[in-house]
Design a protein around this ligand. Structure first.
Ligand code: PEP
Length: 249
């Protein structure tokens, strides 16, 4: 199985900066190395969709509205994303949970809306520093996953990737020990087994995200049960991101 590598540009790059980045990146990247997804700001989706035409690289968005038809000035629906060449969407990123008060019910509705519009979901979950310090990591993961996946059919899980992203690791330069990531991955599979089935638990794809860079990436390449990585800040430099991908495949 190819490793999944997801770039999350967060709130970075104008459309012309994204274009320059992709010109440089695509001149050096061999398709098919990884299952590669660029999760970009809305404003860069059109240019990226044009530039990725014919390449085996998927386009992702960083959020989706939970409704399709209500008055939602300023929001972007799943239908609009799907019509813009997007096939993946991040849901439940910790920055959105914290800054935009996205709760588990909203996250569940966003997932359902994305799936309804044939988007695949990258569901972000992870413990806070306080959870970690009080040994509540696994309980937090269980709660976040159960709430997010409530009411889904088992066959819909093939369109879901779970991104384990400890809140304290995002953008901090700190990363968990490989053993701790392995334990979190096992715990996530256990929750899926309890709520769905052993088969679903074995098959659900799980990636790790949080302060991955070109220097530390190799330690994430061999973690048992881990299907790939999600890279924020270090994906913004095309050369560094290529090094990261090369270290994973
Ligand atoms: C993220 O924002 O999802 C992320 C993984 O960020 P960083 O790699 O910068 O920690």
């Amino acid at each position: 199985m190819k490793k999944i590598v997801i770039a999350n540009f967060k709130m970075n790059k104008t459309p012309s900066e994204t274009k320059q980045y992709l010109i440089s990146f695509l001149s050096k990247y061999e398709d098919c190395k990884a299952d590669l997804i660029f999760a970009l700001p809305y404003t860069s989706l059109a240019v990226a969709n044009f530039m990725l035409e014919g390449r085996q690289i998927a386009l992702g968005a960083q959020d989706v509205c939970e409704d399709d038809e209500k008055g939602c000035t300023g929001q972007i629906s799943g239908k609009m994303l799907a019509g813009s060449g997007v096939s993946y969407v991040l849901v439940g990123h910790s920055e959105r949970r914290a800054k935009f008060k996205e709760d588990s019910k909203m996250i569940n509705r966003k997932i359902k809306n994305g799936l309804k519009n044939r988007l695949s979901i990258i569901l972000c979950v992870g413990e806070s520093l306080a959870d970690k310090n009080t040994m509540k990591t696994l309980a937090t993961l269980k709660n976040q996953i159960e709430e997010a996946l409530k009411g889904l059919y088992e066959n819909e899980l093939e369109n879901i990737i779970i991104a384990y992203e400890p809140v304290w690791a995002i953008g901090s330069g700190k990363t968990p020990l490989p053993k701790d990531i392995e334990n979190a991955v096992k715990a996530i599979r256990k929750v899926v087994e309890e709520d769905f089935s052993q088969k679903a638990a074995n098959e659900i794809r799980i990636v790790y995200g949080g302060s991955i860079n070109a220097k530390n990436v190799s330690k994430f390449a061999t973690i048992e049960g881990l299907d790939g990585i999600l890279v924020g800040g270090a994906s913004l430099d095309s050369n560094l991101f290529l090094q990261i991908i090369n270290a994973m495949v």
